[in-house]
Design a protein around this ligand. Structure first.
Ligand code: F6R
Length: 607
């Protein structure tokens, strides 16, 4: 989703801005732009990738300060005019904005009545004109932004550059903004890993914070007045250069990184001696785990699929009710919150607005939320201030892969921990832990010989739709497989618990319809095979993801993809991998942009 990068210092700003935008590219966007101050404010903006913007930039742009933006359209189409930065009419003020201004319609109307000619259809442009009114009436840059923000409702992460002042004004409310302090230079970005190559000294702005950046100083105040309590954090988590390590796409690289990422996630957390898991970031004492009435897990998209696996594992191992919730629905359904319950907010980016607002709702009602998060220091991680970092490392492809497996792994660790406290013996715990330790190696084994993925691709690539089926823990795996194929190859996909298929989706099946069946060797196996038969009887072609050695089931499939045998509880960590590879290869075959699928964003920071 929209990205912001800004710089003020002694170095040439333009190359830094363009590099900053490239680091934000993975978030998903449709246009980009920069403004550099060199006497006047020089704006360049263009629809398309950052490479399109680079093509129209002059060879050399003088100037040591500027701000830049990647836009994901909300108000107004994808056009050069609607791209940010937006300029005031006199060209003396430039603004970039993430978020949504709810009262933009009224503000735009009033500006037009005052004689302003708006050059875009965006909500953001209104802000720059309102700031210019303040400046003309003699207000300081900070005051003009402050007064403007008190007149708007909505969300913002914004930066403003002034021709007459050597500073950048920043403000945050609901859209992340991080400031970085280097030696004689300051930075701002909407994403910490656009900054880590420049400095480790970060200020994570809180909602309601405003800041003045000069090259030597960062001053943070509150929108309502007074000094902010936001202080500097030294971040040591180096996300490194976004390089592909020899892979043609980030998605493929990240699929192959899963064994290593999983090792990082479980390292030091498997407690063999006690047959349990160590999760130091959870503030949950054994007594609390024993008396907790229920567990609720909240997330979106892939994270929601991970939540659904987590809830089944928790319920099964700890014999305690567990429910997964769609984050975007949660707050608006006025949920009843039990302060004794455990809530998990699950998110790769830690910035998803829907999940963030669910966290706020739970906390507002006295509930306790733990984060299951990848990005260290992200908004949700800070807001929860307790939980589990999943340690996947940077995920650059829009389609989530290694974050999914590590979310699942983290939730399974929690299920083991709470289960061990409540229901099962040390021996049973030790046996699961022993199996868990083997999974990274089993993933490697599978990835070194992934089976007939090409044959599956042939069945799927020209299909009108694809049905994914699984039962128990494999039902959310089916959902994840369907989501992946749909989002990067644009093929309509449907995922159903296998037994539910005959209550509706079976009507879609015709001769040649591809059906992907997830069939680990668990208690559901026979029932899932029966559903597979029902599909075959209607002419469907079966792509079966099954346990190695299950020849009886394999013989009935059109394409059989074996994965190494493992404890059924851990099977989602293996069975999901072929679905990721199928999605990747189908998208390639169809000529889709695998890493940056259309219309999607990596970090969805608007509700
Ligand atoms: C799917 C995907 C999205 C995200 C969803 C939540 O591949 O990437 O469905 O999973 O937008 O994002 P996070 O986990 O950052 O909260």
């Amino acid at each position: 989703m929209c990205g912001i990068f800004g710089f003020i210092g002694n170095r040439s700003a333009a190359p830094l801005l363009v590099d900053g935008l490239r680091r934000l590219e993975y978030r998903g966007y449709d246009s980009s732009g920069i403004v550099v101050k060199n006497g006047s404010l020089q704006v360049h903006k263009k629809v398309g990738k950052v490479s399109e913007l680079s093509k129209i930039l002059p060879d050399h742009i003088e100037g040591n300060m500027g701000i830049a933006h990647t836009r994901w359209a909300t108000h107004g189409g994808v056009t050069d005019f609607n791209a940010h930065p937006h300029l005031s009419e006199d060209g003396n003020i430039a603004l970039v904005h993430n978020g949504i201004i709810d009262n933009a319609k009224g503000l735009r109307k009033r500006l037009q009545e005052r004689g302003f000619e708006l050059s875009s259809e965006t909500d953001s442009e209104a802000l720059v004109h309102m700031i210019s009114i303040g400046i003309e009436s003699g207000q300081s840059p900070l005051e003009s932004v402050r007064k403007t923000l008190t007149r708007i409702t909505g969300t913002w992460g914004l930066c403003v550059l002034f021709k007459e002042h050597d500073l950048i004004i920043c403000a945050r409310n609901g859209s992340p903004l991080i400031l970085g302090q280097g030696e004689g230079e300051s930075f701002v970005a909407s994403d910490p890993h656009a900054l880590t190559q420049h400095t480790q000294n970060f200020f994570f702005l809180e909602d309601g914070d405003m800041a003045i950046l000069t090259k030597d100083r960062i001053e943070i105040s509150r929108l309502e007045g007074g000094i902010s309590s936001t202080s500097m954090t030294v971040v040591e988590d180096e996300w490194g250069q976004a390089d592909m390590a020899g892979f043609p796409h980030f998605m493929l690289k990240e699929i192959h990184e899963q064994p290593e990422a999983l090792r990082r996630c479980i390292a030091g957390r498997l407690d063999m001696a006690n047959g349990s898991a160590k999760l130091g970031g959870l503030r949950l004492q054994p007594l609390r785990l024993r008396t907790v009435p229920h567990v609720r897990l909240i997330g979106c998209g892939t994270a929601l699929n991970a939540c659904n696996i987590g809830r089944l594992a928790i319920e099964s191992l700890a014999r305690i009710p567990a429910v997964a919730h769609v984050a975007s629905e949660f707050r608006y359904n006025d949920p009843v919150i039990n302060p004794n319950a455990i809530h998990f907010a699950v998110s790769q980016s830690g910035e998803t607005a829907d999940t963030l607002s669910a966290v706020k709702e739970i906390q507002l009602k006295g509930g306790d939320v733990h984060g299951i998060i990848n990005v260290v220091g992200s908004s949700i991680a800070r807001m929860c201030a307790q939980g589990v970092y999943i340690h996947s490392g940077p995920e650059q492809a829009v389609a989530s892969t290694k974050a999914f497996t590590n979310m699942v792994a983290s939730l399974l660790l929690f299920a083991i921990k709470i289960g061990r406290t409540r229901t099962f013996s040390r021996e049973k715990g030790q046996s699961i832990i022993k199996d868990f330790e083997k999974i990274p190696e089993l993933m490697e084994k599978y990835l070194s010989n992934p089976g007939p993925i090409d044959e599956a691709v042939e069945l799927v690539k020209n299909a009108k739709s694809v049905l994914f089926l699984g039962r128990g823990l494999s039902a959310p795996v089916a959902s994840e497989g369907a989501l992946k194929l749909m989002e990067i190859a644009y093929i309509p996909c449907l995922a159903y618990p296998a037994g539910e298929m005959k209550h509706g989706p079976i009507a879609l099946l015709e001769d040649g319809s591809p059906v992907v069946v997830i069939l680990p060797n668990d208690k559901h196996r026979q029932k899932t095979i029966a559903s597979m038969h029902e599909c075959r009887a209607r002419g469907a072609r079966i792509i079966l993801i099954h346990e190695e050695g299950d020849d009886e089931a394999a013989e009935e499939a059109d394409v059989s993809i074996p994965v190494p045998p493992c404890n059924y509880l851990l099977s989602p960590l293996l069975t999901v991998v072929p679905t990721q590879l199928i999605a990747y290869r189908v998208a390639l075959e169809l000529g889709c942009d695998v890493d940056r699928p259309r219309n999607l964003a990596k970090s969805v920071t608007v509700e």
